[in-house]
Design a protein around this ligand. Sequence first.
Ligand code: FES
Ligand code: FES
Length: 169
Amino acid sequence: MSSTNGTRPVRVTVNGTVHEATVEPRTTLSELLRSQLGLTGTHVGCEHGVCGVCTVLIDGKAVRSCLTLAVQVDGSEILTVEGLAAADGTLHPLQEAFSAEHGLQCGFCTPGFLMAVYALLTEKPDAGEDEIREVLGGQLCRCTGYQSILRSVMRAAAQFRESKLEWVR
Ligand code: FES
Ligand code: FES
């Protein structure tokens, strides 16, 4: 229910933890995550849906959090990049693959790539190079030239097919 000043409460589960917050109708999910919940691993670049750095999962689907209003995700399960590593800090296999294959330089784009690829491989474990390239094409990276990112994802995809249990968050 909205208040007299237009704000309204939302309740979201982020990386397994329930959060309650009060937001304005115009508050975006990226603002909620970064400014109110302190989860600054989700980056913000273009703020109009082009670069993909703000990608998170909402109920298992990769979504641009800069284009999603916080009120739209009331009651949803959200996974951000902070939710990929294990509780003891052990990197997720996808993060390990990016590290091993030098899939990042400045790292600004990396959270978006990780979440977009995580969504693809959990939904389609047998995704081939063409499908992977299509997802990578929806994310902007100004540093790497993409080849090392593609190698990272191909390595991660092979690992995922071998041991899915280590993957799913
Ligand atoms: S910041 Fe969301 S797509 Fe660029
Ligand atoms: S690693 Fe710098 S923008 Fe991708």
